[in-house]
Design a protein around this ligand. Structure first.
Ligand SMILES: Nc1nc2c(ncn2[C@@H]2O[C@H](COP(=O)(O)OP(=O)(O)OP(=O)(O)O)[C@@H](O)[C@H]2O)c(=O)[nH]1
Ligand SMILES: [Mg+2]
Length: 431
């Protein structure tokens, strides 16, 4: 597929069962991507599983277990051509057990719809997902206040949820005044494609309109090449094909690269043979492109999820220790020196230890130097030591590669950004 319109990747996130998959499925039906005959089949299958009302969700939930349980487990993708964009819709799971997959989805997204059910309002994963979006660098957000049919399409119900969502997104650093809050019903179809007569008080865009209101993601092409690897496949006759989204820089056939940290922990040198998107070879790929790459000199064992393909002349650094600014979202207890949770950085997961608490600001604004512990609502400056090989950059060098989430026992404890770092060894480029 030749690139005609600019590509954007839009994730649907939010608490379990708030209607993400249903909204996408129904929108696809209204846009003609899901034919009536197929919908009838999905409806029959949903009924067979005792899941009446899940037919639109089934369009996105394609695995047997997802259909039987009526929950999204893994990410699924759907193409939509709008007036302005070629959109890749990313349907993320809301269930707390699958937050890892949501993080991967957020790492691929340029923009996102946060889906909140009108009756239930803000729920734990509503808040957690907001922080994760922010951490993963998704700056452009719209909020769907879904299931408006369950609150008789009342404006008061919408306003209440809008206020609660505004509060949490503001805490995470979004500007609620610049964000559209769209009332809709994924199941009944209101405000998905056309504006609905059931919501005459609402003057804003429909869900479909909103896609074209998302900002065209800035393309940091001037920064060095960084492509975090989401997965690496072994393809017969071709070799190892890592896939992922290019965060910064440009990738071209013939380019010298280094995979970091790679199997060795110190980087493996290689060269780009081909770059493909949607099975088409590209002359070059840019930030935002989700691509598959064939690399000369890199075997299956050399590369895995969590590695980053970097410009060989300007590689990232493997970190000895780093200073970070973090916000505590929901600690399981309190955080003190010695605490060693898992850090999710781009697509990598590495246990890291808190070695120093430098300072903190409590939610009431009180500042403390060298605090003994951190708790929910605190924003802190801390020193961290990775327990494995981790590549990271400072916010000053490359903001796209400086953010991380801290997770422990199935919960996102904190989110943060790297301010300063000390490299393990100065990796010399052998381009
Ligand atoms: N009444 C009503 N029900 C809805 C609406 N949207 C979704 N539902 C129902 O809510 C349930 C969950 O819908 P899903 O689309 O699977 O929700 P989800 O957000 O994708 O859930 P996960 O992916 O598991 O997090 C299903 O029973 C849907 O029929 C809506 O607008 N109105
Ligand atoms: Mg779903």
């Amino acid at each position: 597929m030749a690139k005609t319109k600019p590509v954007i990747n839009v994730a649907f996130v939010g608490h379990v069962d708030h209607g993400k998959s249903t909204t996408i499925g129904h929108l696809m039906f209204k846009c003609g991507n899901l034919p009536q005959q197929k919908l009838d089949k999905l409806r029959a299958e949903a009924e067979k599983h005792g899941k009446i009302g899940f037919e639109f969700a089934y369009y996105m939930d394609r695995f047997k277990e997802e259909r039987e349980r009526g929950v999204t487990i893994d990410l699924s993708y759907e193409k939509l051509i709008t007036q302005k964009f070629e959109v890749t819709i990313i349907d993320a799971p809301g269930h707390r057990d699958f937050v890892k997959n949501m993080i991967t989805g957020a790492s691929q997204a340029d923009s996102a719809f946060l889906c909140v059910a009108a009756k239930e309002g803000v729920q734990p994963q509503t808040k957690e997902h907001v922080w994760l979006l922010k951490t993963m660098g998704v700056g452009d957000l719209a909020v769907l206040i879904n299931k408006m049919d369950t609150v008789e399409y009342k404006e008061a119900a919408y306003e209440k949820v809008k206020k609660d969502v505004s509060d949490i997104i503001k805490q995470a650093g979004y500007k609620p005044d610049e964000i559209n809050f769209i009332p809709c019903s994924g199941l009944k179809g209101d405000n998905l494609k056309e504006k609905s007569d059931n919501l005459p008080w609402y003057k804003g865009p429909s869900v479909l309109d909103q896609f074209d209101l998302f900002k065209l993601p800035e393309k940091p092409t001037e920064l060095p090449l960084r492509m975090p690897v989401q997965d690496a496949y072994e393809i017969k006759g071709i070799g190892t094909v890592p896939v992922g989204k290019i965060e910064t820089g440009v990738m071209k056939p013939g380019q010298k690269i280094v995979v970091l940290p790679g199997r060795t922990g110190t980087g493996i040198q290689g060269e780009v043979k081909t770059v493909e998107m949607h099975h088409e070879a590209l002359p070059f790929a840019e930030p935002g492109d989700n691509v598959g790459v064939n690399l000369r000199g890199i075997g299956k064992k050399d590369i895995a999820r969590g590695d980053v393909i970097c410009d060989a002349a300007k590689p990232m650094k493997v970190v000895e220790e780093f200073t970070a600014q973090i916000a505590i979202i929901s600690p399981l207890g309190v955080i003190a020196v010695g605490y060693t949770p898992v850090f999710h950085v781009h697509t990598a997961q590495v246990p890291c230890k808190f070695i120093e608490l430098i300072s903190k600001t409590a939610p009431d604004g009180t500042k403390t130097d060298k605090p003994d512990f951190l708790k929910v609502g605190d924003v802190a400056r801390v020193k961290i030591k990775p327990m494995g090989n981790l590549v990271l950059e400072t916010q000053g060098d490359n903001p796209h590669m400086s953010r991380f989430a801290i997770r422990d026992a199935g919960t996102t404890v904190a989110a943060g950004v790297c301010i300063e770092l000390k490299a393990k060894t100065e990796l010399k480029a052998k381009a």
